[in-house]
Write a new protein. Structure first.
Lengths: 578, 253
């Protein structure tokens, strides 16, 4: 029952509620550059927060928001609610600016607000208040200032942010720092608690305090700008009429967003320096120190170079040192100690080289040069240390333990190369094989030669072993050589026949003896010669024996001669070895 | 015998190429440039001769000198090393290489080898593989002649002759072994010289792989592998890594 009562009450409430009302307001219409306005878009009696697009606002930059707030009141039975979107805007220029009409959507309906005019006065007019008609009375502002607007590249510029106020400040918080594009920066001072002191500017009394101090070193020449710094300032309210019982006990604080002025610097480039390249700027001195002037070869010593002065400590550097060849050196260790002198960056940079002399004798370390630009004198300056003489006695070791030179190598130091070779070059192809034709040929010949004795020996043995057979093979040829052509004398022809047969048989049997006709016949028979052939030979030999006692006809002797030539070939074929 | 003569003839003629006058002319121009201190021109002429496919120890030595005068450490080391490959006994090249090696930033130390190994290496490096083959051939011929004389003269029973013959055999075997080792080394081991000021060797043949160690110009390295544009190098202390092929000039091209 109770539940139904509440539902009815809510329904009645909604029925009697008013239609939504849109309000677009700003807290101030007249401000100075760097100051801010608060834009509030609220919906009264709406069911939710308004929806709007603020990209149409061209003259202002949103530095905070949207922040949402809601409020509901029940007065004399009437319920009213307010939903607000709050933006903090800062002007992007001075003059008569406006927040254009905004399109706002609430409870499904679209509304159009009216444009709001805002006058932005020049920043420096703050100090001449009252003289400018309509200008608001300013109570606080944030100022950025530099000690020089035309520095040289690399020269220190000190940037100071100062708050000026005529009201009670309860807090100060830096919201957005510039990017400092084109500068290398280092923080000099940021207070934990804001300390204000009384100052008079343009005849007006202010309380001022430094909120930040930065050392800037331009890294390029030309026109460089420093964007505004944005901060939130807490101010105690002095509106006593609105204070209640508890308000009197706890002061009300309201936050205001404000920006500093931007700065424009014209950075001068460094004048040309003959020969030596350096980026160092400031006022510097250089000194060097060695751990000992008398050492042993291959022992380590430390060369310490100190650069002391004012300027960019990180970028200051010496000229390259041309150490003698007899000295081995390692990459240096670098240590930076800052000792600021007031607002100026200053300190000492220590460069330590570990040196190992690799040769005995007197070695001279060259002077160390520091080239820098002095912006006070507007000229390049060179500072140099005195050269250092080292007396190096011979070491105990011939080799260094790590990466040193041998004694032989050290003895070569300082020597010059042997010069041109004027001999006639022995050309060879770059793609020629490993072994030259000459060496290859010689090797081949040598191997052949190496086997020659064996070959000769083998050949001789073989010849000796086959002498008989080779002689036998020669028998026919030798016998035929004896019987070339028949003569006119039958007795001579028959003698030649007997002689040929004797040679034939001697060569076949490897003998040297005279043979009678009977012995010849007997020998043929013993070597398996055909009987018919033997009989024919026997006939011829008998006729030859008879010629000695009775002459024979030429025709008969010629026939026997030619028959014997033919028979010799048959004899050679038919000859068998016993 | 005819066939042997034919093979020898082909072997000798097949390896011979005709060297044009252009090579000699370039060499003379290069030498004149050396004499007049125009080392840039000298390097240009000498390198052109190498590109045309001809080389000599004198050419490489003079090229090394020209590079040295230009303060091109890597070029000088490469030329002297290449010169000593052709003529290991070239004393002036050995001396100049020692001088230029003093300017090489990287010094890799290895423990000294045993004496016998040092002696062997020293002996092997006295001659090129080609010269070792020549020496082998000479020993073989001398041994054969000596043996033939001993057999013909029937000096078998003379003790001094036997000892001399054994000495010949030992020398022959030693020179054959050294020749084989030298030829094997030459065919198997590729070396090169780091040609860039500073090179970082990486664990893989890729530009984004882990850097392992840094080497500098003039360092002699062993090339153990090659993949596309990358070569794997090994230092004499055993470190291995990959570098771009462009950073190394090979000695055996």
């Amino acid at each position: 029952m109770v539940r139904y009562f509440y539902i009815m009450l809510l329904g009645l409430t909604l029925c009697f509620a008013e239609a939504p009302q849109i309000r677009v307001t700003v807290d101030r219409n007249k401000i100075y550059e760097g100051d801010s306005v608060t834009l509030t878009v609220s919906v009264e009696n709406g069911s939710g927060y308004p929806q709007l697009n603020i990209s149409d606002i061209q003259d202002f930059q949103v530095i905070s928001g949207p922040n949402q707030s809601s409020n509901m009141q029940w007065i004399n039975g009437a319920v009213s609610s307010t939903h607000s979107m709050v933006y903090v805007l800062t002007p992007m220029k001075k003059g008569d600016l406006s927040i254009p009409a905004l399109t706002i959507r609430a409870d499904g309906k679209t509304y159009k607000s009216e444009a709001i005019d805002i006058t932005v006065y020049e920043r420096k007019a703050q100090f001449t208040q009252g003289k400018q008609e309509g200008a608001p009375e300013t109570k606080y502002f944030l100022e950025a200032s530099v000690d020089k607007l035309n520095p040289f590249r690399g020269e220190q510029v000190t940037l100071t942010y100062t708050i000026y106020t005529q009201v009670d400040i309860s807090g100060f918080d830096i919201k957005k720092e510039p990017r400092y594009q084109g500068f290398w920066t280092e923080d000099l001072y940021t207070p934990r608690n804001l300390q204000l002191r009384e100052v008079v500017r343009e005849g007006v009394k202010w309380y001022s305090g430094t909120v930040k101090k930065i050392a800037m070193f331009p890294t390029q020449s030309g026109s460089l700008s420093v964007e505004p710094l944005t901060a939130v300032l807490g101010i105690r309210s002095d509106d006593r009429s609105q204070r209640g019982f508890f308000s009197n006990m706890f002061a009300t604080t309201r936050n205001y967003t404000l920006s500093s002025n931007s700065l424009q610097l014209e950075v001068q480039s460094l004048p040309p320096n003959a020969g030596k390249i350096s980026a160092a700027v400031g006022d510097w001195t250089v000194s060097s120190q060695i751990t000992s002037n008398e050492i042993k070869q291959n022992d380590a010593i430390t060369l310490t170079i100190r650069l002391k002065g004012r300027g960019n400590l990180q970028s200051i550097d010496i000229q390259d040192i041309d150490f003698p060849d007899e000295i081995e050196f390692f990459d240096p260790t670098i240590n930076v100690e800052a000792h600021p002198q007031g607002d100026l960056i200053a300190g000492t940079k220590t460069i330590e080289y570990v040196l190992i002399p690799r040769k005995a004798g007197t070695i001279k370390l060259p002077s160390v040069e520091l080239v820098y630009f002095d912006p006070q004198r507007k000229q390049w300056r060179t500072r140099a240390t005195q050269p250092i003489a080292l007396t190096v006695s011979p070491g105990d070791r011939s080799y260094s333990n790590e990466i040193g030179f041998t004694k032989k190598e050290v003895s070569l130091m300082g020597q010059d190369i042997r010069f041109a070779d004027h001999r006639k070059p022995e050309w060879r192809r770059t793609d020629a094989g490993l072994i030259s034709p000459r060496a290859g040929t010689l090797l081949f010949t040598a191997v052949l030669f190496f086997f020659a004795p064996w070959y000769i020996n083998y050949n001789q043995s073989r010849l000796a072993a086959t002498a008989g057979s080779r002689q036998a093979k020669r028998a026919l040829k030798s016998a035929l050589g004896t019987m070339k052509i028949p003569t006119s004398d039958p007795a001579t022809d028959y003698r030649n026949i007997q002689s040929a047969l004797t040679i034939f048989q001697n060569l076949k049997e490897n003998t040297q003896k005279e043979r009678s006709s009977g012995e010849i016949i007997q020998t043929f028979k013993s070597h398996g010669i055909n009987e018919d052939l033997v009989l024919k030979i026997e006939g011829i030999l008998k006729r030859g024996d008879a010629v000695r006692f009775a002459p024979a006809s030429k025709e008969a002797s010629k026939t026997d001669f030619e028959t014997m030539i033919k028979m010799l070939k048959d004899l050679d074929h038919g000859w068998s070895i016993n | 015998m005819k066939s042997i003569a034919l093979i020898l003839g082909i072997f000798i003629l097949g390896t011979g190429f005709v060297k044009g006058d252009e090579v000699e002319n370039r060499y003379h121009r290069g030498m004149e440039a050396v004499e007049t201190g125009q080392f840039n021109l000298a390097v240009q002429e000498f390198e052109r001769i190498l590109q045309s496919g001809w080389e000599s120890s004198s050419l490489l030595y003079n090229l090394g000198n020209a590079y040295f005068r230009q303060n091109n450490i890597a070029g000088a080391v490469w030329a002297y090393e290449k010169c000593l490959e052709l003529d290991p006994g070239f004393q002036d090249a050995i001396y100049n290489l020692s001088l230029v090696n003093l300017k090489v930033k990287d010094r890799v130390d290895v423990p000294p080898a045993p004496m016998y190994l040092q002696f062997y290496r020293h002996l092997k490096q006295q001659f090129t593989p080609d010269r070792w083959v020549f020496i082998c051939s000479v020993w073989l011929v001398l041994f054969t002649v000596f043996r033939m004389i001993r057999i013909i003269k029937r000096w078998d029973q003379i003790r001094a002759m036997k000892i001399t013959e054994h000495i010949f055999v030992v020398l022959l075997i030693l020179s054959v072994l050294i020749s084989a080792h030298a030829i094997n080394d030459d065919l198997r081991i590729k070396q090169g010289i780091i040609y860039s000021d500073s090179v970082t060797a990486t664990s893989e043949p890729k530009s984004y792989s882990t850097p392992l160690f840094e080497v500098h110009e003039g360092l002699k390295v062993i090339v153990i592998d090659q993949i596309q544009d990358w070569v794997e190098i090994r230092l004499i202390d055993g470190k291995t890594g990959w570098v771009s092929e462009r950073e190394v000039r090979l000695l055996q091209e």
